[in-house]
Design a protein around this ligand. Structure first.
Ligand SMILES: Cc1ncc(C[n+]2csc(CCOP(=O)(O)OP(=O)(O)O)c2C)c(N)n1
Ligand SMILES: [Mg+2]
Length: 491
């Protein structure tokens, strides 16, 4: 039955869809449009906002950053078939990041799909997999509004993640069945009390063993995901491992240890009263400096030009000194990550972002979504984005979106003219003579200016200081900082 909204004309599918999106708080659409999407975007309502990015990889990652920073799902609309293909790398990242994204793409006219005309996505549900929790091209136009509701409920349930809807372009003007039913669904699941008791019993002895090496508890992270491969046991003798995760697949994948399935925070809250109180008031060990692994000195610079250039570590130390304490850090700087963590400890929640996939091209656009969320929410924390010169290139177009939105992000691009981390991998993999590891001749300042950003090249910490201080201007700032080309030790 078509209930309409009181007007003489019955509700159509587009109107019913925008209503359910509005009810779900999804009034920002991150997109890159094509002819297969324009019928959805037609008569774009005034209370909605369209955030344009120039390539679909950027669209997904901007939305991902926005969703994470808001701790709420975000809505994406990319172009059919090839557009979804461009989005796929960052879709994988969003899946592994556990970001609830409702990703949509247009589709050719249902009346022509049999012919597979230009722009047809022949198997849209297959194309989106395996990096979505659910993929659907609704069987009828009238199912679209309810499909958005199902997409939302699926995306937020643990483990949260992206979902995909393929939306044929001739569906939108069709009469709707009526408004979609808006529902709520739980986004957290609680742990099994019996298993929690077993973990509590295992924790008890820990307090007695001041060495603290008889039990490890992994909370909300995989067991394990390190790389490269190093032969050997996962755990030393005598070390037991418990794993707390809300992801059944992650619990099943773990090669060692016992898993508890449940929201990590709920689980810890329920665990604490079960654990006997120790007498110890101090942590067993002083906290380690926040770093991936101790970084030995890097090998000397191989090029003569390197003389006098700052090291990445010096840049990061200076950056931490000059940036406000509440600045949000976003990172994609492969060979310098250890130095960054050493210089910039993460002590506040929601103050550090990077990608969980290993796929480059996420963090630059994600910083745009994060900065937008900072502004929307009124938190207005400054966003500092540290990126390698190679990594900067993958979703470079997204800095245009930052410029258009007047987001004052500070991008620090470390220009070593190489894929330093891959040179380190080549050594570990005993693979000399790999081509394609140098990237000379990229003028980052020109690229950034071309997209509308303020940009400066500097190898002095003085200029870094003055530019970073001025970064409150209402455009993004890109600082290209030449650093010595080195081959960092990987292990
Ligand atoms: C999408 C994607 N393509 C290629 C790679 C392989 N890769 C890993 S690190 C890296 C080089 C990164 O270079 P840069 O950002 O300059 O950092 P540096 O190692 O110099 O610190 C590349 C190409 C990847 N991880 N993701
Ligand atoms: Mg580099």
């Amino acid at each position: 039955m078509n209930t309409g909204t009181g007007s003489e004309r019955p509700l159509n599918v587009r109107e019913a869809t925008y209503q359910v999106l509005r009810d779900l708080g999804l009034t920002t659409v991150f997109g890159n449009p094509g002819s297969t999407e324009e019928t959805f975007l037609a008569d774009f309502p005034d209370d909605f906002r369209f955030v344009l990015a120039l390539q679909e990889a950027s669209v997904i990652a901007i939305a991902d950053g926005f969703a994470q920073a808001n701790r709420a799902p975000a809505l994406v609309n990319v172009h059919t078939a090839t557009g979804l293909g461009n989005a796929k790398g960052n879709l994988m990242t969003a899946f592994l990041n556990r970001t609830p994204l409702i990703v949509t793409a247009g589709q050719q006219d249902r009346r022509m799909l049999l012919l597979e005309p230009w722009l047809t996505d022949v198997e849209p549900e297959v194309q989106a997999r395996p990096w979505v929790k659910w993929a659907c091209q609704p069987a009828r136009a009238q199912d679209i509004p309810a499909a958005f509701m199902r997409a939302y409920a699926t995306a937020i349930q643990p483990p949260a993640g992206p979902v995909f809807l393929s939306l044929p372009l001739d569906d939108w003007a069709a009469p709707a069945d009526g408004p979609a039913v808006v529902r709520t669904a739980s986004a957290r699941t609680g742990p099994d009390p019996a298993r929690l008791r077993r973990l509590a019993d295992a924790i008890g002895p820990l307090a007695k063993h001041l060495d603290g090496h008889d039990l490890a508890v992994v909370v909300g992270a995989p067991v394990f995901r390190y790389y490269p491969y190093i032969p050997g046991e996962y755990l030393p003798d005598g070390l037991r491992l418990w794993h707390i995760t809300d992801d059944p697949a992650e619990a099943a994948r773990a090669p060692v240890g016992d898993s508890i399935l449940g929201d990590p925070v709920l689980t810890i809250e329920q665990l604490l009263p079960l654990v006997p109180h120790g007498t110890r008031s101090q942590p067993l060990k002083p906290p380690l400096p926040h770093r991936m692994s101790p970084l030995p000195q890097t090998s000397p610079a191989s090029n003569a030009d390197a003389a006098g250039l700052p090291t990445a570590g010096e840049v990061f130390d200076e950056l931490r000194r000059i940036c406000p304490a509440d600045a949000v850090l976003v990172e994609e700087t492969p060979s310098n990550l250890g130095d960054l963590h050493a210089a910039w400890p993460i002590t506040q929640p929601d103050a550090f972002y990077t990608m969980a996939s290993g796929g480059l091209g996420w963090s630059v656009p994600a910083s745009v979504g994060i900065a937008l969320a900072e502004r929307d929410s009124g938190r207005n924390r400054p966003v500092v984005m540290v990126v390698g010169d190679g990594s900067f290139q993958y979703s470079l177009q997204s800095i245009w979106t930052a410029a258009q939105l007047n987001l004052p992000i500070l991008f620090i691009v470390l220009r070593n003219g190489e894929y330093a981390i891959l040179k380190a991998f080549a050594e570990v993999e005993d693979s000399p003579g790999v081509p394609g590891l140098n990237i000379p001749g990229i003028d980052i300042v020109s690229l950034a200016r071309g997209y509308g950003c303020h940009a400066v090249r500097t190898d002095t910490l003085d200029v870094l200081r003055s530019e970073a201080a001025a970064a409150e201007r209402h455009v993004p700032t890109v600082l290209e900082i030449p650093i010595a080309a080195t081959v960092p030790p990987l292990l």
